[in-house]
Design a protein around this ligand. Structure first.
Ligand code: GDP
Ligand code: ADP
Length: 185
């Protein structure tokens, strides 16, 4: 039996390329399973309910918390995000790898509740490149970008809390490194 931790958390500042890396990895290995979070954030153009996120309103999110349905949750840049517990538990019970793409606060909660999880930090090649990517994505107005860059400073300062850091210079290379950490290749 593999000694590899079966739950992996991928965190990193907004705009570093988490979604891009995960999408690339799943294009090559569709069997990689990523938890779909619930969020009160509004969908971006092209985002579909149940695919990138379960988009819920504040009342629905309150109920998920009250019913103990979230493994962890956090407020990020004014919106709430949380990991549905059951789907993750079902996968782990079957011995299948689980990947969570969540923020620093969520990563810390997972570390507390599941010390065997491996925490992976995705870092930008430089601060200026992070700003370029977040701005260049064009999905947020400037005041939201500023909020996310404030959060990014806190997240970058917490890198040492993670087991592994991957620097996202090349999407292909980071995707390959992450696959190895997941034990897929
Ligand atoms: N704690 C927690 N954070 C999450 C969850 N889902 C997404 N996030 C994080 O919330 C932050 C904002 O996500 P999003 O609005 O999609 O922006 P993006 O990561 O810049 O594309 C990112 O750091 C995500 O990793 C979750 O279920 N729990
Ligand atoms: N290695 C990379 N080199 C250059 N641009 C990248 C790289 N990885 C991601 N990007 C670009 O950076 C922007 C933010 O990526 P995204 O995956 O949305 O970040 P996150 O999910 O971490 O918020 C996107 O426009 C994406 O195309």
């Amino acid at each position: 039996m593999s000694e590899r931790p079966r739950l992996t958390v991928l965190s990193g500042p907004s705009g570093v390329g988490k979604s891009t890396v995960v999408a690339h990895m799943r294009k090559m290995h569709p069997e990689v399973w990523l938890s779909v979070s619930a969020t009160t954030r509004h969908p971006r153009p092209g985002e579909k309910d149940g695919v990138q996120y379960h988009f819920v309103d504040n009342d629905q999110f309150d109920k998920l918390i009250a019913n103990g349905e979230l493994l962890e949750w956090a407020v990020f840049a004014g919106n709430r995000y949380g990991t549905p517990r059951q789907a993750v538990q079902d996968r782990l019970d079957r011995g299948e790898p689980v990947l969570l793409e969540i923020d620093l606060q969520g990563a810390r909660q997972v570390r507390e509740s599941m010390p065997e999880a491996q925490l992976v930090f995705l870092a930008p090649p430089s601060w200026d490149e992070l700003v370029r990517r977040l701005t260049g994505r064009g999905t947020e107005p400037q005041h939201v970008i500023d909020q996310r860059l404030d959060a990014a400073k806190v997240e970058l300062a917490a890198e040492t809390e993670f087991d592994t850091t991957l620097v996202n210079t090349s999407v292909e290379q980071v995707a390959a490194e992450l696959l190895a950490l997941l034990g897929v290749v």
